[in-house]
Design a protein around this ligand. Sequence first.
Ligand code: PA5
Length: 443
Amino acid sequence: MITINFNNVLSGRVGQKHGLTRSKLNQVIKKHAHICRQIQKERQVGQLPFMDLPYQSVNAIWKLARQKARRYENFVLLGIGGSALGPIALHRSLNHPFHNVLDRRQRKNWPRLFILDNVDPEEINALFKLIDPKKTIFNVITKSGTTAEPVSCFMLALSILKRKLGARYKNNLIVTTDPKKGFLRRMVEQEKLVSFEVPPGVGGRYSVLSPVGLVPAAFTGIDIKKVLAGAAKMDRLCQRAKPGKNPAYVSSVINFLFDHKKNKNMLVMMPYSSALKDMADWFRQLWAESLGKKYNVKGRKVFTGSTPLKALGVTDQHSQVQLYNEGPNDKLIVFIEPGKYRTKLTIPSLFKNVPEAGFLAGKTFNQLIRAEKKGTEIALTDNQRPNYTIKLPNISPESVGALFYFLELQTAYAGKLYNVNAFDQPGVEAGKIATLKLMGKKM
Ligand code: PA5
């Protein structure tokens, strides 16, 4: 199971000014403990359906993937924001790092995965030139069905499919959208298209464990049942634990306290794993859209939220860490570290007598990446830069599912601490509406 080491947020490690005393932390954990019960109550009356996603049946998704996926060379996802970032994070963490350049046999016949989450004409055009639409399955994902980006890409894909395949275009299309609302749902019903539902009440950024994330994952061979099993395990752990032992709650309190009491209004997520790189990207949206709010739940202007940043260990040690270590002390750094990497790789025993390189000879890359993480952690802590480490036992469908669930629940708790609605995004909607007007939509 995931464990978290919070020692480096304590004043004993990073000093009184930048750290928390254990007693202050315990006091705040106790003070807000009711929010754990409040979240469970809201869940029980159906207000937080994302929390029940680990228990859904995925038989229909898995059956379709087994029947269809291997007949196609490509799976192209058309979606944006929550409808793309979760699927990208799942893919990157659990599929081969170079999935798309493996040959068919190496991919065990699963299709290549491409994700269009922008409307950059160059990128879209390049992708459509690269793929054979007849050998491609398109999955348009949009909960609202009104987002200009996936809708425009869908229009393009549909017109090409119809031109190339005539009435058989339906075979190459999967629609994931609201169960009732929107023109895509109407189209699904009229044209009898294959479709999945974004469950009502589950916003895009909380939807990775719904068909939004699970369909693309199943179509590339990820064991989605295990992903959900890991999330369910995290759910049970957080439900049963006392607040002071509930990792999602404790981390939300820490993140909140550092923003509110210690002037650290930047939250850096830094996984020491290339596979988890896009997890930080997904989290950036989750934290930013959920907590970055003008109004609190009482309608008072608060302009609140801490800014999530993403970094990659070790790559960003040579880019960002200089700033984190010596620049303004305005960040809380969250490392993510796998207990085990899926590969052990030895550095060849060369240059034994060369001081600049010989010390590496015969060691493993695993030792090196761990030493780099530890070294960065020590340097930051010595410089009074608060940080904590989320440790995954390994990178597996179960642990990735657990991590998604942990971070979603942490954000829901943080919504209570910040006293904002963590499930709406009026600031995004405003931009969407302005774009639609500029593009000539009658509002
Ligand atoms: O988290 C959210 O709700 C948003 O980021 C949406 O996912 C994003 O705006 C895309 O919306 P839709 O799925 O309705 O196209």
